[in-house]
Write a protein that binds this ligand. Structure first.
Ligand SMILES: NC(=O)c1ccc[n+]([C@@H]2O[C@H](COP(=O)([O-])OP(=O)(O)OC[C@H]3O[C@@H](n4cnc5c(N)ncnc54)[C@H](OP(=O)(O)O)[C@@H]3O)[C@@H](O)[C@H]2O)c1
Length: 321
């Protein structure tokens, strides 16, 4: 049967086009399903975060910092993590979170790419607060890859972006099982759309999406997993200055001067609102979802855009390598 149907070029292609046709036929229903889902989510009860414990990695700047403030405004206890650097702002973030309403903030310096340090900060959080309700795996780096670079320089991208989320998740799961908690993982739209020059960044984010989609089957419904697939958000990560600090292609201009970007505050508010309402995936800005659909339904159009549209802009972004 398999031989007859799928080892034959004609029947193999036919099955694909029949599925495509079926998809087109059911698409009006899918449209209304999505609409109903969106309207229902607006009226869904929000989790009361007062007295709950939230652990956030990469909280010294950008999205992690602002998510800490959003949770603080909702009265949550916080454990916040960043890698120790002489100029780290983690202590100031902790002070600001207390001012905004968090009853207690524990801040710890750790490198998420090191398994023992991840075990340490999860254990310390439990020792200090007694339980854990939300784990936000946010720490990440975003160097831009070019084939002209030494390939081994990019090993930390996978270590920080992928393993740096998986390690804390592994140690937190037994505690989150007890509280019926949540895991929030900051992947990226780059993990779905694979933009040029993303290279290892795209791969690390695609690996995160794949890992957590699979983990969902093992831990739900006790633990809810929310996967974030964000577009360009105005943080240090997309500035020219950031690109000169690490490795990879250096940017001549901030991405926000060249491409549409979203403010970090509305983005983190939408994330924490969505998480508290039990969303299992969050895409901001919302229009990115249309690009995911285009990528899936019309892969040729997606390639055309990146082949024709982006390289010329990319050349303008690039200063040197
Ligand atoms: N901005 C965007 O457009 C965008 C879009 C999609 C997804 N994201 C994702 O959002 C997350 C946060 O990025 P951001 O835009 O807020 O950038 P950011 O301001 O540079 O924040 C990155 C955070 O990660 C921390 N970090 C980096 N390496 C670490 C390590 N080894 N161990 C522990 N902490 C580490 C940094 O701490 P230090 O300050 O101590 O180095 C910082 O707090 C990342 O995972 C990124 O991929 C961002």
């Amino acid at each position: 049967m398999y031989e007859a149907c799928f080892n034959n070029k004609f029947t193999n292609a036919l099955v694909f086009y029949i599925f495509l046709l079926l998809l087109l036929l059911v698409s009006p229903f899918l449209f209304f399903w999505e609409l109903i889902h969106t309207v229902r989510s607006c009226f869904r009860c929000s989790e009361n975060m007062s007295g709950k414990v939230v652990l956030i990695t990469g909280a010294s700047s950008g999205l992690g910092e602002l998510m800490a403030y959003e949770y603080a405004k909702r009265g949550a206890y916080l454990a916040i993590i960043a890698i120790k650097e002489p100029e780290s702002r983690l202590e100031q973030v902790a002070d600001r979170a207390r001012e905004l309403g968090s009853p207690d903030v524990l801040y710890m310096f750790a490198d998420v790419s090191k398994v023992d340090e991840c075990r340490m900060f999860v254990d310390n959080t439990i020792k200090h607060f007694g339980h854990l309700d939300h784990l936000v795996c946010n720490a990440g780096i975003g160097p831009i890859y070019s084939i002209r670079h030494e390939v081994t320089k990019f090993v930390p991208v996978m270590d920080i972006n992928f393993w740096g989320s998986v390690y804390p998740t592994h140690f937190a799961i037994p505690h989150l099982m007890k509280t019926k908690g949540k895991i929030i993982v900051n992947a990226s739209s780059a993990g779905v759309l694979h933009p040029p020059k993303g290279g290892f960044y795209n791969a690390s984010k695609a690996a995160l999406i794949s890992f957590y989609e699979s983990l969902r089957f093992e831990v739900s419904p006790t633990i809810t997993i929310t996967i974030l697939t964000l577009g360009f958000i105005q943080t240090n990560l997309i500035t020219a200055e950031y690109s000169t600090k690490g490795f990879g292609v250096r940017l001549r201009k901030d991405v926000k001067d060249v491409l549409p970007t979203m403010g970090a505050e509305p983005c983190t508010k939408a994330i924490v609102d969505g998480v508290c309402k039990g969303a299992t995936s969050i895409t901001e800005p919302r229009f990115m979802k249309a690009l995911f659909l285009i990528k899936f339904l019309f892969p040729q159009l997606h390639s055309f855009y990146f082949n024709v549209g982006v390289p010329s802009k990319n050349r303008r972004l690039k200063r040197d390598e």
